[in-house]
Design a protein around this ligand. Structure first.
Ligand code: BG6
Length: 299
């Protein structure tokens, strides 16, 4: 399989396929701007590290695994076609069913000397239709350059309209969670999932001092993670969403998670670009919806 992938999609000196976590194929990219790793399992970006950085932009749990159909803990999981719990309460997996499936490469191109773009795709099968009775084409376009850009494109290839919620569930590396502030959501309301989805107002920059699990409403296109320990700002620019999720499991939840170390909550934060809660996408037959996020490091 690796040989075929490399014959068709490798880019000399820039992109190769290798065996990665639990022997699943990953694309390794090294270009003028950055290094990156992308797993076909989950269509999942595992790592993005501009050459200017000592720490990866993305957090990947050292205990992450994709054995036994598990979703990878860290990087950029894709939650689709629902965000969070099964909306119909049928016992289907949290965050949908594409983060633990093998995606296929569609294209790998060198846009210019420093920028590489890998597109992966996934379509419905008998198995997915048993879980969710719709026909779809899903593509994730991942651009590795001076910024990391991900665009999740959903096309309804069936004959009936479907609705979906979704997320680019990005895990970021931070120096020390106590010294992190998430900015851009001041003055916005959020649903506090730690307190039964109570609606609350965010009055200042977000500081994490206990478990945080919030769906922010009516969000702007630009958010910033201000990390004074790693001395960097991560700028998030999104298109296609009106909600965003901020999540940190904190001590008790982290300790209960088998694929996250007990102290890992100190060096990660999820700021997710979502269509969640009332931000539901309705997609008519033949229509396409694009959700995208770009991540840029600034000082
Ligand atoms: C967040 C949710 O997006 O993902 C949390 O808001 C959830 O409620 C977290 O705990 C992790 O989910 P999972 O399924 O990857 O453990």
């Amino acid at each position: 399989m690796l040989e075929t992938l490399n014959q068709r999609y490798a880019i000399a000196k820039v992109l190769t396929f290798q065996a990665g976590m639990d022997n699943q194929p990953i694309a390794k990219i090294h270009n003028d701007h950055a290094t990156a790793e992308i797993s076909l399992y989950g269509g999942h970006v595992l790592s993005y590290k501009p050459h200017s950085e000592t720490a990866d932009v993305l957090f990947l749990s050292p205990l992450a695994t994709c054995a036994k159909g598990q979703a990878i803990r860290g990087g950029i999981p894709i939650c689709w076609p629902w965000f969070g719990e099964d909306p119909e309460g049928l016992g289907r997996p949290n965050h949908g069913f594409v983060r633990n499936r093998l995606w296929q490469p569609i294209a790998a191109v060198a846009i210019d000397r420093g920028t590489t773009q890998l597109t992966l795709g996934l379509s419905d099968t008998e198995e997915t239709r048993a879980l969710w009775p719709h026909s779809f084409d899903l593509a994730i376009v991942i651009t590795i350059g001076a910024t990391l850009q991900v665009e999740l494109i959903t096309r309804n290839t069936g004959h009936t309209t479907f609705s979906l919620t979704q997320a680019l569930h990005t895990y970021f590396t931070v120096g020390e969670i106590q010294h992190v502030r998430v900015r851009g959501l001041e003055g916005k309301y959020y649903l506090d999932k730690v307190e039964g989805s109570t609606r609350k107002l965010q009055t200042a920059a977000i500081a994490v001092t206990s478990e945080v699990d919030r769906i922010y409403l009516d969000v702007p296109a630009n958010l910033t993670i201000d990390d004074s320990v790693l001395d960097r700002l991560i700028r998030i620019t999104s298109i296609g969403n009106s909600t965003a999720v901020v999540w940190n499991p904190w001590i008790t939840k982290a300790a209960a998670m088998g694929d996250l170390g007990d102290t890992d909550y100190q060096t990660m934060i999820c700021v997710e670009t979502t269509n969640a809660a009332t931000d539901v996408v309705e997609l008519a037959p033949g229509d396409t919806f694009r959700l995208s996020a770009a991540y840029q490091i600034d000082r």
